[in-house]
Design a protein around this ligand. Structure first.
Ligand SMILES: NC(=O)c1ccc[n+]([C@@H]2O[C@H](COP(=O)([O-])OP(=O)(O)OC[C@H]3O[C@@H](n4cnc5c(N)ncnc54)[C@H](O)[C@@H]3O)[C@@H](O)[C@H]2O)c1
Length: 285
């Protein structure tokens, strides 16, 4: 028996990276999954990899009606809904505070904040029919502090964290738990796509990204989609039945302190500046 045996989940952005890794893990753990994305080729390949367990549906999360349809597909195909994972996303405009455009602002907030909010909204009736369930959204370490992503992206991810808190309080009485995950650096296509590389080329760079990022955090290996999938599995499962309103940081320790890695690294420049003087002073005659 898997940890999600009998459960049905909708996962957005399931065609690639974190979403795909989560769809595959959920299916292995006994869930049936509606995999929602706009990348139809990838979605169909995912469906073919787990026939009867994963069903792909074209769903652009910018369109409220398509979110509604993806959630309806869970009940239509598999008879119920237990979990929605609002995960679709992209890097978005890389504007600094003095450059922000209305268009950049609207598109990043639309894709991340509005889509996740409507994902929560439309999950509620079906989760009530199932007598409760789990809603999970993908936030980011960029939503916790500066320096981990473009400005608008960081603001959007911070909004997802707070949306999680507020929705969790409102939905607790229905046994609907609402949590989010704050991934650190995960080797997915998001970086190459943001730099304009075509997705087929991006696919060939995943190992290089994981290797490049392996020294970026105290746990010295690159973050992988399965690291986030395991967190989503916990939050979707009955093992987290008393956990709600949380932002679960899964980052190999990236956000633990200055520079995120070596002990005392913030003091290193000061120590370096004083070193020659100290050496001279401590010289024994
Ligand atoms: N990779 C990281 O380091 C990292 C870190 C923190 C947070 N995240 C977040 O994780 C989530 C997943 O990203 P990923 O890293 O797996 O990237 P990815 O590019 O591999 O996957 C993103 C998926 O979202 C889909 N998508 C994009 N716009 C969509 C839309 N309008 N409607 C439906 N689907 C859409 C894409 O087609 C793609 O399949 C995003 O919300 C991202 O912000 C990623």
């Amino acid at each position: 028996m898997g940890r999600l045996a009998g459960k049905v989940a909708v996962i957005t952005g399931a065609g690639s990276g974190i979403g795909r890794g989560t769809a595959e893990l959920f299916a292995r753990e006994g869930a049936r999954v509606i995999a929602a994305d706009i990348a139809d080729d990838r979605g169909r390949r995912l469906e073919e990899s787990a026939p009867g367990r994963i069903k792909y549906i074209h769903c652009n999360v910018l369109e409220e009606a398509e979110i509604v349809a993806a959630i309806a597909a869970a009940e239509a195909e598999f008879g119920r809904l237990d979990c929605v994972f609002n995960n679709a996303g992209a890097g978005g405009a890389n504007e600094t505070v003095d450059q922000i455009s209305a268009q950049g602002f609207d598109s990043v907030m639309h894709l991340h904040v509005r889509a996740a909010l409507f994902g929560i909204k439309h999950a509620v009736p079906a989760l009530k029919r199932a007598s409760g369930g789990a809603i999970i959204s993908t936030a980011s370490v960029a939503g916790l502090s500066a320096g981990y992503g473009p400005m608008l992206y960081s603001i959007a991810k911070a909004a997802i964290i707070h949306m999680t808190t507020v929705a969790a309080v409102q939905l607790a009485e229905h046994r609907i738990r609402v949590n989010c995950i704050c991934p650190g650096l995960i080797a997915t296509n998001i970086f190459a796509t943001a730099l304009g590389l075509p997705s087929q080329l991006a696919d060939t760079r995943l190992e290089a990204i994981a290797t490049a990022a392996s020294d970026s955090q105290p746990i010295r290996r690159g973050g992988l989609p399965r690291d986030i999938a395991e967190a989503a599995l916990y939050l979707a499962s009955d093992g987290s039945d008393w956990v709600t309103g949380q932002a679960l940081v899964v980052d190999g320790g990236l956000t633990l302190g200055p520079a995120g890695m070596q002990q005392m690294s913030a003091f290193a420049p000061i120590v370096q500046a004083l070193m020659p003087e100290a050496a001279e002073f401590n010289q024994t005659p």
